[in-house]
Design a protein around this ligand. Structure first.
Ligand SMILES: [Zn+2]
Length: 131
């Protein structure tokens, strides 16, 4: 499932807790390999997500599962919740995520894998931020 802020709004309205999207990620990659989905359908990262991946996030040593290029795959977190913008707020460190544990309100972090080379992006998990 490609990342989009609308997903967060829908989950919040449904009261969804922790969600692990890794099984869906594996299925998407298997469908890509089998030719059931086109690369353009899964390499569609939003320009802002690509900008963050290129300029703010730390690339991992893991190769991208789509383009196989090393050094362009990053994991970023967007936080959604009380008094935050509808598009979420970027959190680039554990310290930034921990800050939401001390605030009053409901917050959830969405962990997103993104490749700045090919545009692959997928949700990894949704993490409720509760003390
Ligand atoms: Zn890639």
């Amino acid at each position: 499932m490609a990342f989009h802020p609308a997903i967060a709004a829908k989950d919040a309205a449904a009261g969804v807790g922790a969600v692990d999207y890794r099984l869906q990620r594996r299925r998407t990659l298997a469908d890509l390999k089998a030719g059931k989905v086109a690369p353009s359908e899964v390499c569609d990262a939003h320009p802002e997500l690509l900008r963050v991946a290129r300029n703010c996030a730390s690339p991992s040593a893991t190769a991208c599962p789509v383009c196989a290029v090393v050094g362009h795959l990053s994991v970023v977190h967007y936080v959604f919740g009380t008094r935050l913008p509808a598009s979420g707020k970027l959190a680039l460190s554990e310290e930034e995520l921990d800050r939401y544990l001390r605030l009053t309100g409901e917050f959830s972090a969405y962990q997103v894998e993104v490749c700045s080379e090919c545009g692959w992006n997928h949700l990894i998990r949704r993490i409720p931020l509760r003390p």
